[in-house]
Structures are given as C-alpha cells and as structure tokens.
Design a binder for this molecule. Structure first.
Ligand SMILES: Cc1ncc(C[n+]2csc(CCOP(=O)(O)OP(=O)(O)O)c2C)c(N)n1
Ligand SMILES: [Mg+2]
Length: 733
C-alpha cells in the first residue's frame, strides 16, 4: 500500500462518492492524530514556559474532522470556538500557524501575538476571528449567513465603490454557502445561543449549529447547564431545522452527519443542528485538573471512547494499516509537529510600537478632512441663518437623522437597518392601509416602505441579537445601521459591543473588522422618563478602545456626523439625545445628501474670553442659557465648546480655548463621579496646568439615577442655574 499522505482535502472527492476508501481513512486519521499531537507539543512547551497558555481539542477530533471535510473552506463560513483545532487543521490552518499563535509571534497570522492559542482566524479560509467569550460567535454566524443571502439576492451591493468603507472590503458569496457555528454544550446556556437559534429558525438560514458535547463546562457537568442533560431534546421543536444527534467519536458517522446537514442547508430548507457526544481527556485546559471533580470510573469510561484510539483500532481491524505502518506514519507526523513548533520558536516577536496598530481603521480616519463638507455646505444652514426663505424650512434632529438614513440607504445598497420596532410594519400586507411605526421615536419612519423588508426589518426583542448579528454582517463587508431602542436597555448587548464589535479589528491584527453603526436614544430631561428611560452613561463606552462615539447636540451635527459614522470603517456608537429630537433649539434646514462632519472636531457654540465651558449633548442648550445669563447679569464672557464627538474628541479646540480663558468648566448630564468630565479635567490639569488661573470645575448629574418625579429629576440633572452658579464661582476664584 502507498503510504503517501495526501492533503486532508483530498478526502473530499472520495467521501462524496459513497464508501470511504483506505486513503480517505488514513487522511482522516492523520488530521485527528496531528491535532492531538499539536496539543501534546503545546503542553510540553507550556511546561517549559515557552508558551503561556494551552487549551486542547483532545477528544473532539472526530467530530471536527467530520465537519471540516463535509464543508468547503474559502467557500463556506466558519465560526469556531477555542476547542476547534482539528476543524481548523482540516480547513487548512497549518500546524506552524498554530504554534506561531502559541508563542505569540509577530508573524502569527491569526492575531499577531494578541490572542491566546486556539483563537482562530483566516480570511482566505473564511474562518472569522474567534474570541474567548462563550456563545458570542453564534450570533456572528447568523449575521454571516444573512449577509451571504443578502448578497446573493442583491449582487449589485457586492461591488466596490470609492470614497467609503466599501473600497477596503473584498466581498465573496455563493448562493449555496453554509455557515458552521460551533459551541460547547455548557455554553448553550448562554442567551446568545438561543437568540441565534431563534433567528436561524425564523429565517431558515443555512447555518449548521455544531454542539460539541464533552459533558463538562470546566467543572460543571452537563445536567447542571442543560435541563434533562440533553440539549437535543430541548431544541427539538424549533421549526425548519434538520436535527442529528451522533456519536462524536466516530469520524465516519460525524462526516455523514455533516454531509446531510450541509445538504439540508444548501437546499435552502433551513438550519441544521448536529449534536455530537465527544470526550475531554485533557481536563478543560492546562489550568484545570479534572481529577478534582470527576470520578476515576468516569474518566476511565471516557478514555475508552477516545476518538484517536477508536480510529487506530478501526484502521487495524479493517486491515487498512498494519501496526508497524501506523507507527511509521505517526513518527513522520510527530516530526512534522516538532518541526512546526521549533520553527515557531524562532519567529520574530511583535514590536512594541505595533501595540496600537489596528485599534481603529488604518485606511479611513474619521477625523479626515474628507468628511469636512461642513464649511462648504454650512452657509445659511446653522440656526439663526435659516434657509427657510429659500423653501428649506428648519428641520428637527429627528427629521435630519431620518433624512440622512434615507440618503445613505439610497446611495449604498450594503446598508441594512434593523432593531426593535424600526420597521414600518413587519406584516407587509398592512402597509397599504397603515401609516407605519418606524421606531418608537419615529426616527426610521418610511425606510422599510422605501427600501423593502430585506433592508429594513424588526429584530427579535433581544439586544445581543441585534449587535451580534451586526458583527457578522459587518465582517462580510455590509454596513449594518442598527438601533437599540433605549440606552437603558443596551446592557444585554454590552458583551457583543465590548468583547466583539470593538475588538474585532485589533484582535485579528487588522484581518477582520466589524464597522457597524449603533444608534442609541439616550438621556433624560424628559419629565417622567424615570430611571429606565433617562439614563446616560457614555463614559462607559468611551472607555472601550476601538469604538468611535458621537453625541450631537443639534439637527445639523446629527445629520453630518451620522453620515460620517456610516461612511467610515470603524464601529460607531451614535448617541442621540431623545430630549433633543424635536427641540426648537438646534433645528436646521436639510443640508443635502453629502453633508458630513469629521469626528474629533468640536464646535464653538459661543465665543467668550473669561471661561471655557466644555460640554455636549442636551447640556449644550442649557449651557447656552447659563452663558447668556452670565453675560447679562454678571458681565462674564463664557466660551462654549460643543465636543460633538467623545471618541475621538477635539483636544486642540479645548487647549486653544483654555489657553485664552485660563478658566474651565466641564459640564455633562451623566453622573459626576468617574464620568466623562473626570477624564477631561485630569488631562487639562496635567497638560494645561501652566495656563490655568483656577481649578478645573465640573458640573454634572448627581451620583444617582434619574427619578420619575419631575422635582427630583430637576435636581438630579444639571440645570442652567447650576451651570450659572459654577460660572460665577469660578470667575470669582
Ligand atoms: C461568556 C463567558 N463566560 C465564561 C467564560 C469562562 N469559560 C471558558 S470556557 C468555559 C466552559 C465552556 O464549556 P463548554 O461550552 O461545554 O465548552 P468546552 O470547553 O467543554 O468545550 C467557561 C465557563 C468565558 N470564556 N466566556
Ligand atoms: Mg463542554
């Protein structure tokens, strides 16, 4: 027999044509064995302190090789988790790639030394960057599948276009592509798993859910996570699914299951659910010891089902290989693994000055003057210079946000918009007789009617679902512009925002990106909004590297900044103060479909010489009132700077003004302690100390939540009188 080892993918031709041949069996064994031996080598290197973490795929090899061989790398899409070494090896991530990540090399193609080993990524193979968070990837898989379907139905959208993010995204799609989403049985307790099932089922998406059931989540056995101990039983009533529960240690059974699952998905019948029972012989990770919580008998019975051992036995039993031949092959493969590990240990380490690379887009800078159409278009557009005499009446912030969304969706077919209640009517048949909802604040009114239900639709009532899907969409070059209905309810999405969306570019060393726009109505001053409809909290988000954050105070800024948010290539949190949506303050005529404002460029709302007042959002009109009173009653000249964007923010504008006035107040609505103003005050004290004649003062909300009763709300949030008092006190200092 010829013992030459073909590439793993060579097995594909044979497996699709019925009975597995000998070479196919050997190839499968090779992938399984190599995966195990890479684990073993990493464990050794960890013990020698040459790598810094180890998590193995041991016991899962048959399941993963079966999945990998049934699907097509670079054609289908893959959302693996940390256990998926054998899957990734089968898809084409090499042993060297794996060791390069383990040693944290500069040349680690998956993360450039930023992620732990087994955090997979390959653009060529369509392996989307993996995080350590359990279950987040399930929603990315949904977005990926939706994007593929969208491109198939709207191929025009895949074309590159200059002047925005699209020029940097190569879009690939296939009408019959499948998305594989892998997860451990313990992690099926996460809400995101169920949120993913929900959308996959509802939309009949071609997603294969692979549940790798090794019976434990670290030390927690399956029956603690899963009522009844079997996830297949729990999900059995989800419509449109193809279900299969298999022995995940039998590679042929696994291969057949995934072939059937893929056929179901490719035929457009809906998603598939493959639940494989496998083993976990090496504890959870090298930081865990399962002898602390598993009985000896249990560990022994697991060992009897070891997939590597089973496969060896089969090769012998079916006379595919003799014992000596197996030994010879294994020695050869061992050497390959050792060589790959040795090569990785020689690889260059990342340069210190590369640390901040890929936090944000290197291609499109949101502060770029290309977004500064403001000056050109502004003449007459600011309040007080209304173009209304020319038939362009001042519009509210709500109007101009809606107008920007209409304009941008007309311009760019890759934009899709979804969220809770954002559609005009999910039941399209009603649209001929109803006006339509278009958002609880009506900001998205008319968009579904103009652009159709494939581009504008209601999401389930699940915030992680909204953002997690957006990460998947954006990874494939789409531009999701999603809405979180109220800032107060953004928290279920926080995990996706902080650990996924914001991190995607950095953790994959620039290979993957997630430039979605999240519009969020925020803030109080509502008279009755109470705790759960009045929260601020922008500093929680400005503390996250990778995010861009806007918080406009008027209609024109909202329009221009939203356009920049959509056309740039970074994830953007777009905080819209709901009190300002329909204010008289800050209305402006429609500035046209290309009006944009760069981020990081403050606006001087009012020039002054005595005090600099830095603010943003709904405090801007309140600060203006205070400044006018200060001028009239106390002869104090206050310069007001509206930051407009909080990340990045305009330090030059702040410094220039403070150098002129030598006195500064930072005012914002959010709680004073550890708020956004604390950062500005600290930096001003640090870098402009010589220019100051008085301490930096802050005026902000009380350290509490916003109460329902208006007399309480009035005290809790900063009012013009409080700002005026700070102005007068500071001038006297
Ligand atoms: C959201 C989140 N919570 C907790 C952890 C810590 N953690 C990592 S793996 C793991 C257990 C996962 O078990 P399971 O899903 O069964 O996968 P397995 O490791 O057994 O393959 C836990 C709790 C995490 N990484 N992410
Ligand atoms: Mg498990």
């Amino acid at each position: 027999m010829d013992l030459a080892v073909s590439s793993g993918r060579a097995v594909e031709k044979e497996t699709f044509s019925g009975k597995l041949g000998s070479q196919a069996m050997i190839d499968m064994y090779r992938l399984m064995y190599m995966s195990r031996r890479i684990d073993d080598r990493e464990i050794l290197l960890k013990r020698q302190n040459k790598i810094f973490f180890q998590v193995s795929g041991a016991g899962h090899e048959a399941l993963q090789v079966g999945a990998g061989l049934a699907l097509r790398p670079g054609y289908d899409w893959f959302l693996p988790y940390y256990r998926d070494r054998a899957l990734c090896l089968t898809l084409g991530i090499t042993p060297l790639d794996m060791f390069l990540q383990a040693v944290g090399a500069a040349t680690d193609p998956q993360s450039g030394g930023r992620q732990m080993p087994c955090h997979w990524s390959s653009r060529a193979l369509h392996v989307v960057s993996t995080s350590s968070s359990t279950a987040t990837q399930m929603l990315h898989a949904i977005g990926c599948a939706e994007a593929g379907r969208y491109y198939s139905r709207h191929p025009e959208a895949a074309k590159k276009a200059k002047d925005d993010y699209r020029q940097f995204h190569d879009v690939e799609f296939h009408g019959d592509e499948v998305v594989l989403a892998c997860i451990g049985e313990g992690s099926t307790s996460e809400g995101e798993f169920w949120e993913a099932l929900n959308t996959a089922s509802n939309q009949k998406l071609p997603v294969i859910f692979l549940i790798e059931d090794n019976g434990y989540a670290i030390s927690v056995p399956v029956e603690v996570n899963t009522p009844g101990g079997n996830i297949s039983r729990l999900v059995a009533n989800f419509p449109n699914f193809h279900f299969q529960e298999i022995d995940g240690t039998d590679v042929e059974a696994c291969l057949r299951a995934f072939q059937a699952a893929a056929a179901h998905c490719r035929a457009g019948k809906g998603p598939a659910f493959v639940h494989g029972h496998c083993t976990r012989p090496y504890s959870h990770s090298l930081s865990d010891d399962d002898k602390l919580y598993r009985s000896a008998a249990e560990r022994e019975s697991d060992a009897l089902r070891d997939p590597i051992h089973r496969m060896q036995m089969r090769l012998l039993r079916e006379n595919i290989l003799m014992a000596e031949q197996i030994t010879a092959l294994e020695q050869q493969w061992d050497q390959e693994v050792i060589d790959a590990g040795d090569a990785a240990l020689q690889a260059p380490l990342p340069a210190i000055d590369s640390i901040t690379k890929h936090v944000y887009s290197e291609d499109i800078d949101v502060t770029d003057p290309r977004f500064a159409t403001e000056e050109a278009d502004e003449a007459g557009a600011r309040p007080g210079k209304s173009k209304s005499s020319q038939g362009n009446a001042p519009k509210t912030m709500a109007d101009l946000i809606n107008a920007c969304l209409h304009d941008e969706m007309r311009r760019d077919e890759r934009i899709i918009l979804y969220g809770e209640d954002v559609a005009d009517a999910s039941r399209e048949s009603a649209l001929s007789e109803v006006k339509g909802k278009g958002g609880v604040f009506k900001l998205t009114a008319g968009l579904q009617t103009e652009f159709g239900s494939e581009r504008v639709f209601n999401s389930p009532l699940a915030e992680a679902n909204i953002v997690g899907r957006a990460v998947g969409y954006a990874a494939r070059g789409m531009k999701p512009v999603v809405e979180i209905q109220f800032f107060d309810y953004i928290w279920p999405a926080m995990h996706q925002i902080r650990n996924e969306m914001a991190l995607m570019r950095w953790r994959s060393n620039g290979t993957w990106v997630a430039p979605a726009v999240i519009r969020v109505p925020i803030g109080g001053y509502l008279t009755g909004g109470a705790i759960y409809h009045s929260q601020s909290g922008e500093s929680i988000f400005t503390h996250i590297p990778g995010l861009r954050i806007a918080m406009p105070s008027n209609a024109l800024d909202a329009n221009g900044l939203l356009r920049t948010a959509i056309r740039c290539d970074d994830p953007v949190m777009f905080f819209e103060h709901k009190r300002l949506y329909r204010e008289t303050y800050g209305r402006a005529p429609y500035p046209g479909p290309d009006f944009a404002i760069p981020f990081g460029k403050a606006r001087t709302v009012r020039a002054g010489t005595d005090i600099t007042l830095i603010t943003y959002g709904a405090v801007v009109p309140r600060a203006l009132q205070a400044a006018q009173l200060a001028e009239r009653k106390h002869d104090i000249s206050v310069e007001i700077i509206d930051l407009r964007t909080l990340a990045p923010y305009d330090w030059e504008a702040i410094a220039e003004s403070v150098r002129k006035t030598s006195r500064v107040i930072v005012a914002h609505e959010d709680m004073i302690s550890r708020g956004y103003g604390a950062e500005l005050a600290a930096r001003i004290a640090d870098e402009l100390f010589e220019d100051l004649d008085a301490p930096v003062k802050r005026v902000a909300g009380m350290d509490t939540f916003v109460a329902y009763q208006p007399i309480l709300e009035d005290v809790i949030l900063p009012q013009p009188e409080k700002i005026l008092k700070a102005i007068v006190d500071l001038k006297a200092w």
